[in-house]
Design a protein around this ligand. Structure first.
Ligand SMILES: NC(=O)c1ccc[n+]([C@@H]2O[C@H](COP(=O)([O-])OP(=O)(O)OC[C@H]3O[C@@H](n4cnc5c(N)ncnc54)[C@H](O)[C@@H]3O)[C@@H](O)[C@H]2O)c1
Length: 317
């Protein structure tokens, strides 16, 4: 039975990945520090299924502060490194220090451990390394130009892993996720805020005029790409993971209203610093090299997220 280490196992994507590995019959050692980026109860809830599973073990630890105990890596076949401080808005100003720690220092530490043990490491990078991209759809060889401190830390991590590869022979794969959504999505992300506003009857704030568009990726598709990368990607590869469902935020609002059978109170606020105008992944490389493709379109994925929150209109369910 393969045994994997999943960092960030209590987070949105990490917990979904953990559940998927356990369902495939793998053993999982999950590491998470339950950082304060958002509340612990949401993470506990996300991890509750795994915690009850006999093949799951949790190690609560800050990867940036302490090295992994020697025994933690015994019998491990590969590392999925998803632990990070996400989100662009909070990465400005005094918030940056925590991004340096949770993203750059933690990745350096896990790369050291993986390199020393000859373990493959799949790293969760981000479309934010492209900034306002120089070309759309954006291919992996488009020159990166992040416009947020968060994006800078993710790009730094990619370079850090490449440096470790030269030094220790570390086998790594970087996945540039494009806006992931679905059940358990982080509370700071737009769809979760949208659903909460619907359920609570409160206002939904759009940062900017709502014309900003994203290539939305359903979480199960992101997880499938992540597992495929562990098994099949050549060492050192980098892939875009994009759902192929580009939509402007204001069109998402209309779709959510349709699926929920209710109207939202929308307020337009300031555009957030570091938010890019558009993302759209060119996924030719991952399709041809790993045979991966997104399977869930925006309507189906949003329905699943609304359903999980009990906000889907009965007729749509
Ligand atoms: N959600 C997206 O749309 C998206 C897009 C691009 C990239 N990513 C990347 O995917 C990964 C997962 O994102 P998510 O949305 O699930 O975020 P998340 O915040 O829900 O999960 C990250 C988890 O990592 C843990 N963590 C943070 N710092 C840690 C540390 N120093 N030591 C141990 N654990 C630590 C947190 O407690 C959290 O549970 C992140 O690396 C993120 O940057 C996410």
């Amino acid at each position: 039975m393969p045994r994997y280490l999943v960092t960030g196992c209590a987070g949105f994507i990490g917990s979904t990945l953990t559940d998927s590995l356990l369902a495939d019959g793998c053993e999982v050692l999950g590491v998470d520090a339950f950082t304060d980026y958002y509340d612990r109860p949401a993470k506990e809830e996300a991890l509750s299924g795994a915690r009850d599973h006999p093949s799951f073990t949790l190690l609560e630890q800050d990867l940036a502060a302490d090295p992994l105990p020697e025994h933690a890596l015994e019998g491990i076949d590969g590392i999925f490194h998803l632990a990070a401080r996400p989100g662009v808005r909070a990465s400005w100003g005094a918030g940056f220090e925590a991004y340096v720690s949770d993203n750059i220092l933690a990745t350096h530490a896990i790369a050291d451990a993986a390199g020393a043990r000859g373990l493959r490491l799949v790293f969760a990078s981000s479309s934010s390394i492209y900034g306002d991209a120089l070309a759309y759809p954006t291919a992996e060889d488009t020159p990166p130009s992040p416009i947020s401190p968060y994006g800078v830390t993710k790009l730094a991590c990619e370079h850090l892993l490449a440096a470790h590869a030269r030094d220790s022979g570390l086998e790594h794969v970087a996945l540039r996720y494009f806006t992931v959504y679905g059940p358990r999505q982080r509370p700071d992300m737009a769809f979760t805020r949208l659903v909460a506003a619907l359920v609570d009857g409160t206002e939904f704030e759009i940062y900017g005029d709502g014309s900003q568009s994203r290539d939305f990726t359903f979480v199960a598709d992101a997880v499938a790409a992540t597992i495929a990368a562990m098994h099949e990607a050549p060492p050192g590869a980098t892939y875009n993971v994009g759902g192929g469902s580009e939509a402007a935020l204001r069109d998402v609002v209309a779709l959510v209203e349709e699926l929920a059978g209710r109207s939202l109170h929308v307020r337009y606020g300031e555009r957030a610093a570091g938010d890019v105008k558009r993302t759209l992944a060119d996924t030719t490389r991952i399709r041809s090299e790993l045979g991966w493709r997104p399977r869930t379109d925006l309507r189906a994925g949003l329905s699943a997220q609304l359903d999980a929150a009990g906000a889907l209109a009965p007729s749509t369910g």
